[in-house]
Design a protein around this ligand. Structure first.
Ligand SMILES: [Zn+2]
Ligand SMILES: [Zn+2]
Ligand SMILES: [Zn+2]
Ligand SMILES: [Zn+2]
Ligand SMILES: [Zn+2]
Ligand SMILES: [Zn+2]
Length: 298
């Protein structure tokens, strides 16, 4: 949708108007068939119907050309304020419309004094709220209730009525606050449940890891026992000690047998007649070599 031509102080020629909305072009684009539209008017049309609204030529969004110079020309044209009927006589370039509208002294605002709700020009708000408004606060009641006195009821102020009103307002506030609190509690409960779930998961993970570790430990103990039995037998028969000080075979422990175990380093040593250092790196081949070596010794 383009700009209302009534906003402009000069007459707008037809070549600056959209062929769809008939308003002054906003972000003008041109079709290959030389029709000009606001981009916001033609894009949904092309997406939905795939053709030019003027002569039914097939069209995709990629066929539309931005007319940047025309856009700039239109943005430089002089317009009247949106609030001209409220009394603003200022004119400015179209490109300044948003910033003027935000700051215009004639834009409508609502009085913030409780009970008033009057609509007035932004430029008059301070004066109205402080000096004119019938609902403006004029002081505190000195007869004991301590409530704010308003301009329109300071003469017939009733402490009891004022306190009743005050209590009603407080109850309303408490109501909304406790609603908020309920909502917050609900959110926190949900988060807490999520966190508790995570803690339980972590706890289970730890338990599993501890169990795995215990299993590995007992397997390794069994392994060491078997290994030391072999060693003891060797030591007993041939006066030879066998150790595996750098055991790396934990993953294989479950199916441990002397053919498949992956011992990376084996050290053999002989008592009394001096030590016989013997390191073998590797898996199966290493083990076979050891077995052959052990057989020759047995
Ligand atoms: Zn348009
Ligand atoms: Zn066309
Ligand atoms: Zn204005
Ligand atoms: Zn007011
Ligand atoms: Zn009072
Ligand atoms: Zn081991």
């Amino acid at each position: 949708m383009g700009f209302d031509s009534e906003k402009f102080i000069l007459n707008i020629s037809e070549d600056k108007k959209c062929a769809l909305c008939a308003c002054v072009l906003d972000n003008p684009v041109k079709t290959p068939c030389d029709h000009i539209f606001c981009s916001g008017c033609i894009l949904p049309w092309v997406v939905r119907r795939g053709k030019c609204p003027k002569d039914c030529q097939v069209l995709t969004p990629h066929d539309l050309d931005n007319l940047l110079p025309l856009r700039q020309t239109i943005l430089d044209m002089v317009v009247k304020c949106d609030f001209v009927e409220r009394g603003c006589g200022v004119t400015f370039r179209l490109m300044d419309l948003v910033s003027h509208t935000q700051d215009c002294a004639f834009r409508p605002v609502t009085c913030e004094n409780y009970g008033c709700g009057a609509t007035l020009n932004a430029g008059d708000l301070v004066h109205h709220e402080a000096d004119e408004c019938m609902f403006r606060p004029v002081g505190i009641c000195q007869k004991g209730c301590g409530q704010v006195l308003l301009q329109n009821n300071q003469d017939n102020h009733d402490c009891l009525e004022a306190l009743k009103l005050h209590i009603n307002q407080q109850e309303l506030r408490i109501g909304t606050l406790s609603e908020d609190l309920k909502r917050q509690n609900f959110k926190h409960e949900k988060r807490e449940k999520g966190l508790l779930g995570k803690v339980t998961d972590l706890h289970n993970d730890l338990k599993n890891q501890a169990m795995k570790f215990e299993n590995k430990l007992s397997e390794c103990k069994q392994h060491l026992t078997r290994l030391s039995m072999v060693g003891m037998r060797l030591a007993w028969e041939k006066n030879v000690k066998i150790k595996d000080p750098y055991c790396r075979c934990w993953p294989q422990l479950q199916t441990w047998d002397i053919e498949s175990v992956d011992i990376k380093v084996i050290m053999l040593e002989r008592d009394k007649k001096g030590s016989l250092g013997f390191n073998i790196m590797g898996g199966f081949t290493g083990m076979h070599t050891i077995l052959k070596f052990l057989k020759t010794m047995l």
